[in-house]
Ligand binder design. Structure first.
Ligand SMILES: [Zn+2]
Length: 169
């Protein structure tokens, strides 16, 4: 048993202890448990997370994760689950990945906390339209309604705020 081995054995335990105050999060199960998770900001190209199908891999940029966590604690976890949605559904469709993530979180321990964080996060973002995602407000509403469909009786997920739609005359 050399020193490197000891360090390798102790590090995961130490990480667990250090992370203990953080509440349990969604974790991939079944075939998704074997998806590689790689921390590499070059792969994400400035984004918080991206996924690739061959081989199934989720790339995370810890710098961006930290920025999101600092501003909207918990919202960073939604992006992580969202990437697994792309892999689980084998789709590049953003709305489908959002909805998948919302349903997963609706049924996960403390999922309501992360859903609320993500919904608030998108509601607070500048209202810029994206062809892939829609507006952040639309994204927030999509997450809310998909989560509600998964847990229709769950009051933990907040009710919609009437979207401010400008009527055209
Ligand atoms: Zn996506």
């Amino acid at each position: 048993m050399n020193r490197r081995f000891v360090a390798a054995a102790v590090t995961p335990v130490l990480l667990l202890v250090l992370c203990a105050p953080v509440r349990a999060q969604w974790t991939p199960t079944g075939p998704l448990a074997s998806v590689l998770v790689v921390r590499d900001c070059n792969e994400t190209g400035g984004d918080v997370a991206v996924s690739r199908l061959d081989p199934p891999t989720v790339y995370l940029c810890e710098n961006v994760v930290r920025l999101i966590r600092k501003k909207d604690p918990g919202a960073e976890h939604f992006y992580f689950v969202h990437e697994f949605g792309h892999i689980a559904l084998a789709t590049s469709d953003e709305a489908a990945a959002d909805c998948w993530a919302a349903r997963e979180l609706a049924n996960a321990p403390h999922g309501g906390r992360y859903l609320r964080a993500a919904i608030d996060h998108f509601r607070r973002r500048p209202d810029e339209y994206s062809r892939r995602y829609g507006t952040p407000n639309e994204r927030a509403e999509r997450i809310r309604s998909c989560a509600e469909e998964a847990r229709p009786d769950d009051d933990a997920i907040d009710r919609p705020v009437a979207p401010a739609r400008r009527s055209r005359r």
